[in-house]
Design a protein around this ligand. Structure first.
Ligand code: URA
Length: 428
């Protein structure tokens, strides 16, 4: 097979055959297809798209570049994938919560991407917490604790790691077929029975519009089903941060508050909704209300927190070592009115400017940096009322962050509609 012919086929809008896809991905993973040919193919896919059969083949080819997590034990294996959003810390709560329901949760997570924070970065704000577990350690912890949150091993879908790096620098990240294969290859390689997807839209998310989020959700569900994974999805709002805290150490604190039965209602509600879908898919509960009640009780009675502590301990972390939060400086409302809109991209940039996210790959993160929100869209504000706190010890960085925050916040005279946090999404 000739790589340039495969690229030309996609350039000219012809569907690629299974063999062509296998040839390109296998060759790329092994190094016989160079980056420039893979980049050309990625751009052709970005421009001309792929049908479901091609996306499914691409997903399978990526999985075949490594090895799947072995199935073990009798407990159903479940996971959640979020497309990422400002303040999204649901993974930290959901994994131990589901482990309390005799489910195994082998959550392979990532680092921050663009303006959205990463679960691994958040967990590393916990003193000693390891996110580089081996496959043997993952299996041992699943048996002993029921949940694990760690980074991809070297053998889990190596083609995705390589292709993602290439897409990042060739303007080919926002392609539904490429995103679908990237996400689903990693999830299918976990050997899951059920998966719930949190597909987010809005300024604080990776996809700006609800329509794009629906398109991605449909594609992810179709590929999950083709792979035999019971896959459901919620479309969720990210026109404002989830919860009060945005950052790393401060999001760990907020997650602990939820795990102890408190914390902001939106984080608790969304976590319960996502987890409830998995209790239904695995027949742990027959209806959503029973599932919600069961999960709420596990947060309120300390069982989920206990499981979280066991997970942290098993991964070398210590919750007893205090996590430092940066010095707090409050941003006040400039006028009286309603909180009308929050530009999540600018808030994310404020976090990055303070060192709480990365400007270049591999950059060390300042875990102490963050934002504490005091209001939600639709809240009435008086001039001088606190809207949010910037958490950071470095005064020069605080000034940069405050300028971005000022641009990000809009106050209106008319009362805006409050956003709806989540809705179910299904395909025929
Ligand atoms: N997350 C992934 O894992 N892959 C993508 O392509 C985009 C988001």
């Amino acid at each position: 097979m000739i790589p340039a012919v495969v690229i030309a086929n996609k350039r000219d809008r012809r569907p690629l055959s299974t063999d062509e896809i296998n040839f390109m991905i296998d060759g790329f993973a092994r190094g016989s297809i160079p980056d420039y040919q893979m980049s050309a193919l990625a751009m052709a896919i970005y421009l001309n798209g792929m049908g479901d059969r091609e996306i499914s083949d691409l997903t399978d080819a990526m999985i075949a570049s490594g090895s799947k997590l072995q199935q073990a034990g009798d407990s159903p294996r479940v996971d959640k994938h979020s497309t990422g959003g400002l303040g999204d810390k649901t993974s930290l709560i959901l994994a131990p919560l589901l482990a309390c329901c005799e489910l195994h949760v082998p959550m392979i997570s990532g680092r921050g991407l663009g303006i959205t924070g990463g679960t691994l970065d958040k967990l590393e704000a916990i003193h000693g917490f390891r996110t580089n577990l081996s496959e043997t350690e993952i299996h041992r912890q699943l048996e002993q604790v029921g949940c694990v949150i760690t980074g991809a091993t070297d053998t889990l879908v190596p083609a995705d790691k390589k292709l993602y790096g290439l897409r990042d620098v060739t303007a080919t990240v926002p392609s539904i077929p490429l995103i679908t294969a990237s996400i689903m290859s990693k999830k299918i390689a976990e050997s899951l029975d059920a998966l719930v997807l949190d597909v987010k839209f809005g300024s604080g998310a990776f996809l700006g519009t609800e329509k794009l989020a629906e398109e991605l959700a449909a594609s992810l569900i179709r590929i999950g089903k083709l792979a035999g994974v019971n896959t459901t999805a919620l479309i969720t709002d990210m026109t404002q941060p989830l919860g009060d805290m945005v950052g790393n150490a401060c999001e760990v604190e907020e997650s602990i508050a939820i795990l102890q039965g408190g914390g902001p209602v939106d984080v608790r509600e969304l976590t319960i909704e996502l987890a409830a879908r998995l209790l239904i898919c695995t027949h742990r509960e027959q209806n959503l209300d029973d599932a919600r009640n069961r999960l709420g009780k596990l947060l309120d009675n300390g069982a989920a927190m206990d499981r979280f502590e066991r997970m942290v301990q098993s991964q070398g972390g210590s919750l007893a070592t205090a996590r430092h939060l940066g010095r707090s400086q409050t941003f006040l409302a400039k006028t009286t009115g309603y909180l009308n809109a929050i530009d999540g991209q600018l808030l994310g940039q404020a976090i990055i400017a303070m060192g709480g996210g990365r400007m270049v790959a591999g950059q060390a993160i300042d875990f102490s940096v963050g934002l504490r929100m005091h209001c939600k869209i639709g809240d009435a504000l008086s001039e001088g009322q606190p809207i949010l706190d910037v958490l950071c010890d470095d005064q020069a960085k605080v000034q940069t962050a405050l300028q971005l925050v000022e641009q990000a916040i809009s106050i209106s005279d008319a009362e805006p509609t409050r956003p709806t946090l989540w809705r179910d999404f299904s395909i025929q």
